[in-house]
Design a protein around this ligand. Sequence first.
Ligand code: OOG
Ligand code: MG
Length: 263
Amino acid sequence: MAIDATTIRAVARRLDDAARQGQAIEQVTVQMPELDLDDAYAIQAQLAALRIARGERIAGVKMGFTSRAKMRQMGVSDLIWGRLGAGMELPDGAVFDMSTAIHPRVETELAFILRRPLCGPVSTTEARNAIEAVLPALEIIDSRYRDFRFNVVDVVADNASARGFVLGEPASARMDFSNLGMVLHLDGQVVQTGSSAAILGHPLRGLMEAARLAGERGARLEAGEIVLAGAATAAVALRPGCHVSATVQSLGRLGFTTTGSRS
Ligand code: OOG
Ligand code: MG
């Protein structure tokens, strides 16, 4: 750790304000190049504490940079994780008000709901047995940093750009979800295509890595929690007044509509 608890709290407050005001800020490592990954996860934990203090529940975790498409798009090649607040969930078919965001993007993902806790290194069998359901998902990311630019420490401190998520219909964890075709549409046009296999070769590995990384930080994935395994395709910028939908083979379709203006 390169910074003290007071500075951790101050940086978290700055990121939290940026998110709530929809105003981009400078990358935190510009002024504090000494920040390390431990500091970044401590800032992230503090962001979660601020949500909890406002009465929000932590609903689960999200993985980042589990696919080459995302690594290439953002220039970061380390696996990261972030926390999902219950208030980030948007019901399928809902409206997302862009005036509450900075420069949101959308990406197609797979999600898991857990029926057992997971923590630390786990086998594929343990991971599979911990899954209650598998669901098609859309993630809305919105980096709090200007121009959506960051390094790995910045993006971890910014809770892995988490902003929102939409879940589709749950399916049985017994299905084969290793290689499902995924298509992202904006206003009826295909904008990205991919496969769930792009998530670390098998989306189950996204879950195993989530358990491992959480364990490293003294956290645990809990029964009932949601795990977003990571995007299978690059993210696409949202614009006001558009309809977003994703189709995941065997799992179905989900979507949302945007309104408002970009700040
Ligand atoms: C960071 C979040 C990455 C994913 O699915 O890879 C992520 C970002 O791209 O801003 O959510
Ligand atoms: Mg994502």
